[in-house]
Ligand binder design. Sequence first.
Ligand SMILES: C[C@](O)(CO)[C@H](O)COP(=O)(O)OP(=O)(O)OC[C@H]1O[C@@H](n2ccc(N)nc2=O)[C@H](O)[C@@H]1O
Ligand SMILES: Nc1ncnc2c1ncn2[C@@H]1O[C@H](COP(=O)(O)OP(=O)(O)OP(=O)(O)O)[C@@H](O)[C@H]1O
Length: 292
Amino acid sequence: MRRNLDMLTVKAFAKINLALDVLYKRPDGYHEVAMVMQAVSLADTIILTSHPGDIVLNVNIPGLPDDASNLAYRAAALIKEYAGIQQGVLITLDKRIPLAAGLAGGSADAAAVLKGLNNLWELNLSLDKLSKLAAKLGSDVPFCLYNGTMLATGRGELLSPLPPLPKCYVILAKPAVEVPTAWVYQEFKADRVQVRPDIAAMSKFLEQGSIDGVAGNLANVLESVTIPAHPEIAKIKESMLKYGAMAALMSGSGPTVFGLAGCQKQAEVIASQLKTEGIPEVFVAETVSKVE
Ligand SMILES: C[C@](O)(CO)[C@H](O)COP(=O)(O)OP(=O)(O)OC[C@H]1O[C@@H](n2ccc(N)nc2=O)[C@H](O)[C@@H]1O
Ligand SMILES: Nc1ncnc2c1ncn2[C@@H]1O[C@H](COP(=O)(O)OP(=O)(O)OP(=O)(O)O)[C@@H](O)[C@H]1O
């Protein structure tokens, strides 16, 4: 975070799910999950500037709302009301994370605004308090406050740190479809799942610092919904492996596929080969560690 009197710049990092299991549907309509989440360096940039009056949001891409339906705006409104702040803020959002991609782009923006305004307005709210506000905005938002490698349970908002995944490179490839998260959970049927993650085994491999062990245990039960609807996701996974990724998996509710690579050069070679297949959005990122 960079601060300069009345202006502050915050990065909003995307996430991938190294493991995603759905346990059951709860009475409140959400699904109980168990996930291993990992932050990656593909990021939006948010500039917060002190501003008289109200909250104003500027976005750099068409199709992304700049009103109260944007999670960045909602985060500002929530913390402003909670802390009883009278002044406004100008939020400038430079969006790089693809939309509705399974990468928690909106959640990352919301978390960055909460952290940033806590600093700009000198509120001194603890991460624990910010996390409770974050959970009101979405299940992925608390994780985006912390980043790093975390076990997420409940509806995704209950977090405990895991040993960090040793630094590795992540290729992200998004086909030209957008997938609404609510639809994926709504369509989820446990009896259609072929492979469930073994979270205990993945935790053990993280403790050992074994990227190979983690790569060998990637699993996401939501693939059972999104891949039949968008078979190009399976094709991207196959291509990632063919070009040399250690492993490949759909992130979150999809449709983005991520692949793991041990070194940057190899990740870049895999990314350029995927681009030749006509996949519209391909990025190379690296893992991001937890904030203290
Ligand atoms: C797929 C993941 O991205 C994996 O990290 C998350 O589980 C989704 O997190 P999110 O996008 O922050 O989700 P929310 O904004 O809280 O919820 C969107 C919708 O997804 C469904 N939803 C979400 C999380 C969850 N544990 N169970 C659910 O059933 C609900 O229908 C909800 O209305
Ligand atoms: N700041 C924001 N950035 C991106 N999308 C936003 C934002 N605010 C609201 N939205 C709306 O939310 C929808 C999905 O957002 P997002 O990009 O966070 O999905 P996602 O990556 O699938 O998230 P998740 O992995 O948490 O399910 C978008 O289509 C958009 O209309």
